[in-house]
Design a protein around this ligand. Structure first.
Ligand code: DGY
Length: 317
């Protein structure tokens, strides 16, 4: 039987597909192992289910000569050195689709929370500041008829675009290839990044993190955005230069931001958290019971198929 390591103590039953089929060792504590420790655990394993918070780099792979499969419990796989995995003939898989709706719903929720100032309003009440209805109390913006720029019109970006269109927003998108289905279905228009930055009222990031997208939104890009625009990120933190974003928000160069992912997770630029025009959540895009349990099932199916020499449902390398 193949030996498998799982880097997190998943809830009861989530890994049941593996039971009796492999020799399973599961990390007992909810803590993230260092590269050295992880390499140590993987040294005699054939396969592993890992989290996006586990960095699978050369150091780890060097210590794991038996490793044949890395089943990533996430759709993004920027935590894995794919080049090094490929060199060693290791199969890498991910868990898309099942989390698309959950992540798209969170994005929509963040947009409304931000533009209708829901957190500020809640704090206002908690602080006992509500003395009566006023015409200009806590005014916000409407999504209907606003121009939304979707950066990355893959599965999640497209789902967000469809949901926002159904709520009355006009959609433009930035993507390498044309998305004819999105254009025909909801009238989305493909545009250059600069055009979107200069024209959109709301910009939502759904790109994968790569060398090309790292700091795609930096000081210069932020300066091109409208002063009353909103920036949303439920993709990957390092796509935005977080310090530049914090400065721009503090200086009123941008109306607000909603961010679920951070440049140096779990660390967050301390200025961001203090700003009233920021809504921040701790990387919970896919955090629904349905999506997270489903991701575990897919991670198990990917792993078993690859170990059995079959094509896994979702292979990325
Ligand atoms: C992913 O899967 O990449 C998300 O960031 C977490 O679900």
């Amino acid at each position: 039987m193949f030996r498998v390591y799982v880097t997190y103590p998943f809830p009861e039953g989530w890994l049941s597909l593996l039971e009796g089929k492999v020799i399973l060792e599961v990390q007992s504590k909810k803590q993230f192992l260092s590269s050295g420790e992880l390499g140590e655990r993987l040294k005699d394993k054939d396969a592993a289910i890992v989290l996006l918070s586990n960095k699978i780099d050369k150091e780890v792979l060097n210590k794991a000569p038996e490793l044949k499969v890395i089943s990533n419990y996430a759709v993004g796989y920027d935590n894995i050195d794919i080049k090094e995995a490929k060199k060693r003939g290791i199969i890498v898989t991910n868990t898309p689709d099942i989390l698309t709706n959950a992540t798209a719903e969170l994005t929509v929720a963040l947009i409304f929370t931000l533009i209708r100032r829901i957190i500020e309003s809640n704090e206002f009440l908690q602080d006992g500041k509500f003395t009566g209805w006023e015409p200009d109390l806590l005014l916000g913006f409407e999504l209907k008829n606003s121009l939304v720029g979707i950066l990355g019109a893959g599965r999640i970006g497209s789902a967000v675009a469809r949901k926002l269109h159904s709520l009355g927003a006009e959609i433009v998108y930035y993507e390498r290839l044309r998305k004819k289905d999105l254009e025909e279905e909801i009238g989305a228009r493909k545009k250059e990044l600069k055009w979107i930055l200069e024209n959109a009222n709301i910009i939502s990031i759904h790109l994968p993190l790569t060398k090309e997208t790292h700091h795609l939104i930096d000081e210069e890009e932020i300066s091109l955005m409208k002063k009353d625009a909103f920036l949303i990120n439920t993709g990957r933190g390092p796509i935005i230069n977080e310090a530049a974003l914090a400065d721009a928000l503090r200086e009123g160069e941008l109306r607000g931001a909603a961010i679920d992912v951070f440049e140096h997770e779990p660390g967050i630029n301390p200025h961001l958290l203090r700003l009233k025009n920021v809504v921040a959540t701790p990387h919970i895009g896919s955090a629904t019971y349905k999506a997270r349990k489903g991701m575990a099932e897919i991670a198990c199916k990917n792993l078993l198929a690859a170990l059995q020499g079959k094509e896994p449902p979702y292979r990325v390398a």
